[in-house]
Design a protein around this ligand. Sequence first.
Ligand code: BES
Ligand code: ZN
Ligand code: ZN
Length: 507
Amino acid sequence: MKIELAIGDIARTRVDMVVVNLFEGVKTPGGATGAVDKAIGGAVSAAVRDGDFRGKWGETLLLRPAKGVAAPRVLVVGLGPREKLTPDRVRQAALPAVRTAKKLKLSSVASVLHGAGAGGLDPADASRFAALGAALANYEYDRYKSEKGSRLARYTIVERPGGPVARIREGLAAGARLGEAINWARDLVASPPADLRPDGLARAARGVAAGLGRTAARKVRVRVYGKREIEALGMGGILAVGKGSEVPPRLIVAEYRGGRPAGPWTALVGKGVTFDTGGISLKKWEGMEKMKYDMAGGAGMLAAVRAAASLGIRRNVVAVVPAVENMPSGTAYRPGDVLRMMSGKTVEVLSTDAEGRLILADAIAYAIRRYRPAAVVDAATLTGACVVALGSIAMGMMGNDEALLARMKEASAASGERAWPLPLFEEYSEQIKSDVADIKNIGGPEAGAITGGCFLKEFAGDVPWVHLDIAGVAWMEKEKMGYAPGPTGAPVRLVVEYLTRRGRGAA
Ligand code: BES
Ligand code: ZN
Ligand code: ZN
């Protein structure tokens, strides 16, 4: 989809549908909405007066004015109370508009920029989130549908002359790039597990910079390590989890050198379990199909590298993604096995279904040994317990460094992608003590998201590290918070916002 800026009068824009907006409680619309309302004989204000439309958050009104506007359709989007409008709500507001356009099989939409006028948002932010929202809303996984979904070809933001045109244009381009990278990840997450096994994830990763243009692509380098190299590195966690599958594990390393040549690295570690059956500790059948999304952290971290390159973020970033398939078989690892990890620590396996932490532990150790990063961020669909704790509204966030946690909190607020802290008090670590090895891979029924974090902490050492448990937010069961059902692309927006901020100076 082309996302572009047009300067002029939205009432005269020739497209399949124009989109204007209304804040809740406004009786006489102003700005572009007011102009369109006048042009079509007051149909919007009449709907407000009669109570057909109140401008409530998420509410829409579709009109087919006979004359007055060049487009055959006018959609009014409710923005809710003015004081509640945030940049992320601008993203969310794109979903009902684009969904309507897709349902009607339209190819072009022109919209006002929500929030930049009376909404009081910075036009650069408003335009970035508007473009992001449009790109995300236009996405659909229809690979296996005989009847393909309809897609918008063009999405135009219309501004009156004299506005901050350059900043809006820049914002739109940035939002579109971020949205494109996120959709790249969503395709991987939505893929059926037989289509995307560890070799397939590695193949996709090799194309992480595809289509980005020469200057961006030149700064990206992808390496994939196979079973023999993983053995040579002593990665007992990755090897054990991968043992039950016919497809051996891979370790994917994607570098983006956007910073100074000798500048610090930020390591992004993502869980890449292409399918999680639970292994010998087999999961029950209900909902197991969803475990194809157990590589969402890995896909997300690769997409963050894609976005960083596409946006030209001035940081050196490396994504490290261990890719495995967790299967039960005669060659699978077992409860009771003791593993020697890359770091040298030994781990007693109590459940082969707590596999994510085993592969991440080796990936974190590798990232630290090989890159000496200034910070490590990991993302994983790690625990059902995190879904119980925070639902699908916020991801869990844990770490060993207050300054890094504070930075992530700021990035979360700015990006609108919610991350909420859970504590790693040292008493919790008692729960993962083992009688036969240094630690065990589960910590019992209490505080399951936290004991997952405690396990990973053992491998971060004194390097500043945060862990994002995205089990609840990487996949939406139904439409919510401006996401269509399916993969959301979490935590790419948060991580890219964090990288952008660090790119502006701080080490
Ligand atoms: N991939 C799952 C986590 C998960 C479970 C995500 C349900 C979304 C919904 C992970 O590998 C897992 O199975 N974790 C176990 C850990 C337990 C055995 C300590 C879990 O959460 O049940
Ligand atoms: Zn599992
Ligand atoms: Zn898993």
